[in-house]
Design a protein around this ligand. Structure first.
Ligand code: UD1
Length: 419
């Protein structure tokens, strides 16, 4: 297992090229099950989760290869296999987004509950209830799930009890080739949903309203392959913004074309960053001190993203004053707090609320990455800590950040990857 060794204290300065969005690329790769021919996906980040998705596609009979740094080509001769082995499913949480497209394509799918970050219980009841409304019979047995639409998947009017991102994606993908029209009310509105719908629409799907609370889908018979560029990764952008902030540095994050940073840029402004968007880049300039934030509540889009909660907690741990964070999406998303406290932070967790008392200094420590974003928060904290921090289990971080250590090193960080 690899680890990062980071000596803190260097200001970050320079340019970072932003990767394509993991959370967009993964469902788009799943959606390519529905599309015969060659899907050419550019700006597809080079990440272990992307390789896990490619292994599932290969198992289903597609040929997947990467050309250059960032283009993934999926050659789909027509998927007919409907079983995904447990070993492939458990490699990542978002393997569950294969359920909708395999059902949509073959009217049948057998898989098991997915793996992924340990953020508390991650049920898929909302996905399965919606699929039942679309004429799918669901049998669950000891973590195995067998779904069959005896008469093909049918369009339905679905009202989600919560705007689940994964459920919205699965319903869209089950519906694009279904018989009839589907309407999703209380749909997730995340930009990654819009990206998935844009890809499918470019292939000939009829999806309206993605990015709004009501999405309408008219089933079509076939989808044609296309070239598509995955949107930039807003969570990675925020991660580099936090790294600039905590080191008192200045970064230009390039390749941010069309990225809407409104939902979180305001918080970086409050913490003491100047943030400008210009010419497909984000410019971040930190002031010397970091300000605490009275209240951050994670909420479905356009609220503050849960994936950025850990990422902003790192700079807030050395802010002037006390910040209050409320995690409303996942039950158990404070696993990084122990590690930050071992580095000298003063963070107390009361259920879903974390009270972050800013301290003057963080200190290097030996810590373990617990999950993807928590691990990224530890790296950010280490960049500003006095002394050396060793972070083990960095495979969690590699799931979501392309060349993280290389980009940080190029911007001036003292970070080394060791085996
Ligand atoms: C996606 C993102 C993840 C992000 C999350 C919320 C990907 C690959 N992952 O995850 O990075 O943190 O959105 O923005 O895009 N829930 C249920 N039943 C269900 C489905 C969800 O109770 O059937 C609950 C979950 O346990 C969780 C909440 O709803 O508490 C949000 O889950 P959801 O929006 O589905 O997140 P994911 O799609 O798993």
């Amino acid at each position: 297992m690899q680890r990062f060794v980071i000596s803190g204290g260097n200001e970050l300065n320079g340019d970072i090229t932003l990767q394509g969005a993991k959370n967009s690329a993964l469902p788009i790769l799943s959606a390519s099950v529905l599309v015969r021919g060659s899907s050419v996906l550019s700006n597809c980040p080079d990440l272990t989760d992307i390789y896990a998705a490619a292994r599932i596609l290969t198992h289903l009979g597609c040929k997947v290869h990467r050309t250059g740094q960032n283009t993934v080509i999926v050659d789909n001769p027509g998927v007919s296999l409907t079983y995904i082995p447990d070993k492939l499913m458990r490699e990542m949480r978002s393997s569950i987004t294969f359920l909708g497209p395999v059902l949509g394509e073959c009217s049948e799918c057998r898989l098991c509950l997915p793996g992924g970050c340990q953020l508390g219980p991650r049920p898929i009841d909302i996905h399965l209830d919606a699929l039942r409304q679309m004429g799918v019979t669901v049998c669950e047995d000891h973590g195995g799930i067998y779904c069959k639409a005896e008469e093909g998947v049918k369009g339905a009017k679905i009202v989600l009890p919560f705007p689940s991102v994964g459920a919205t994606e699965n319903i869209i993908m089950a519906a694009v080739k279904a018989d009839g029209d589907t309407e999703i009310k209380n749909a997730a509105r995340e930009p990654e949903i819009v990206d998935l719908a844009s890809y499918l629409n470019k292939c000939g799907a009829k999806i309206h309203g993605a990015g709004e609370s009501t999405i309408s889908i008219s089933g079509v018979k076939t989808l044609n392959s296309c070239e598509y560029s995955v949107m930039p990764d807003r969570i990675a952008a925020a991660t580099y913004m936090s790294a600039a902030l905590i080191t008192g540095g200045k970064l230009r994050i390039t390749g941010t074309d069309g990225l809407d940073i409104e939902s979180f840029a305001v918080f970086f402004g409050q913490m003491g960053c100047s943030v400008y968007v210009y010419d497909n880049s984000i410019y971040v300039k930190a002031k010397k001190r970091i300000n605490a934030i009275k209240s951050i509540k994670t909420l479905p889009y356009p609220g503050f993203p849960t994936d950025m909660q850990a990422i902003v907690m790192a700079p807030l741990s050395i802010a002037d004053g006390t910040s209050i964070i409320e995690e409303n999406i996942f039950e158990s998303r404070y696993k990084h707090v122990d590690a930050l406290n071992r580095m000298g932070a003063d963070i107390k967790v009361y259920g879903k609320v974390a009270v972050v008392h800013g301290v003057n200094t963080l200190y290097g420590a030996d810590i373990e990455a617990t999950d993807l974003r928590g691990g990224a928060a530890m790296v950010i904290a280490a960049l500003a800590a006095e002394g050396t921090t060793e972070i083990s289990e960095v495979q969690h971080i590699d799931r979501g950040y392309e060349s993280f250590d290389k980009f940080l090193h190029a911007a001036g960080a003292d970070i080394v990857r060791k085996s």
